[in-house]
Write a protein that binds this ligand. Structure first.
Ligand code: PHE
Length: 342
């Protein structure tokens, strides 16, 4: 009888390999384990055994049953997954299939193109590329940047808070990467951090809840506003041509002192004044300033020894200016008719 049981198991394991259809597997299992199945047929003979022997055979029968059930379960799981994949039509990739020409190949999103172009420029100037989370802590997004919980400056950047997680926000700017980078790499530091940001805006042609920025930071001994102007001029000339000028006008940001609004000569009218620059001859493209001493301290840097500057470009805005896009909402729409143009 023991031999019969062992054979039964072997037989099942052998057969189960060949069946790939979930229903056929079910039938196979019934054939072995069902009420009128093969296992029960063997067990019927148990009554004729001595008590000790019966106990041993009973134990073995249980093991066989468990082994059959386990391998059935495994095969069934596989079969169902394969069936689903087949239905969905993916997971099976036919590498020999000819390309459908009218579908063509895709290309990078215009924001990604501008981002990569700037990454190349900055790495050529010795900047490293840093990264930070989009779901950021309230602490890094605001508090470490000199915007304590009750400060009215929090109103400048209303954001999305996460239900059930009071300490977390969707980051409103890439500036929290300043702190993360200082803490991680220390000083001297030269980094840029491109990335996605979020604000609680009612959307219109100029406002969107999701957009992209590129943050930059340089910290070393003896860094001044003049260094900052030099770097930003270099960037502006790369983007808009050799004759482009940069001007800086005072602007309040809690994490810099002094803080500036950076403008470049309008590339369309070359500073004459036109519709794009609203007749001023200048385009606002970045916020910047000398890193505030308390922000340096938050990053573990001694403001008596080191100084630095930081800036933030709106990548989305750069793309809009570059291509004359009049509605920011196109950029996150995923509309292929729009994206195809770039
Ligand atoms: N984080 C600011 C913003 O989103 C821009 C900025 C970056 C300003 C760095 C100063 C220094 O508006």
């Amino acid at each position: 009888m023991k031999e019969q049981l062992r054979q039964l198991k072997e037989e099942f394991l052998c057969l189960v390999e060949k069946v790939t259809d979930p229903e056929a597997l079910e039938t196979l299992k019934t054939e072995f384990l069902g009420r009128k199945g093969k296992l029960n047929a063997i067990m019927k003979e148990m009554a004729s055994l001595a008590v000790d022997e019966r106990r041993l055979v009973g134990k073995l029968a249980n093991e066989v049953k468990e082994a059959i059930e386990a391998s059935y379960g495994e095969a069934r799981g596989k079969a169902e997954k394969a069936k689903k994949a087949e239905k969905a039509g993916w997971e099976r990739i036919d590498v020999t299939q000819p390309i459908i020409p009218e579908r063509g190949t895709g290309h990078l999103h215009p924001v990604t193109q501008v981002q990569e172009e700037l990454e190349d420029l900055f790495t050529s100037m010795g900047f490293m590329i840093a990264d930070g989370p989009e779901l950021e802590s309230d602490y890094f997004n605001f508090t470490t940047l000199n915007i304590p919980p009750t400060h009215p400056a929090r109103d400048m950047q209303d954001t999305f808070y996460i239900e059930g997680y009071p300490g977390l926000v969707m980051r409103t700017h890439t500036s929290p990467v300043q702190i993360r980078a200082m803490r991680k790499w220390g000083v001297p530091l030269r980094m840029v951090a491109p990335g996605r940001c979020f604000r609680n805006e009612s959307t219109d042609p100029r406002h969107e809840h999701t957009f992209h920025q590129l943050e930059g930071m340089v910290i070393d001994k003896g860094i001044s506003l003049a260094h900052m102007k030099g770097v930003l001029e270099r960037v502006a000339q790369h983007l808009y041509g050799k004759d482009t000028k940069v001007r800086m006008r005072p602007k309040f940001y809690p994490f810099v002192e002094p803080g500036v609004n950076g403008e470049v000569t309008c590339f369309l009218c070359k500073g004459e004044g036109c519709r794009l620059c609203k007749k001023t001859g200048w385009l606002e493209i970045f916020g910047a300033g000398m890193v505030h001493p308390s922000v340096l301290r938050e990053g573990g840097v001694d403001p008596k020894e080191y100084s630095g500057f930081a800036f933030g470009f709106g990548l989305t805005r750069l793309v809009m200016l570059k291509y004359g896009i009049d509605d920011i909402r196109h950029l996150e729409s995923g509309d292929i008719r729009f994206l195809k143009q770039f």
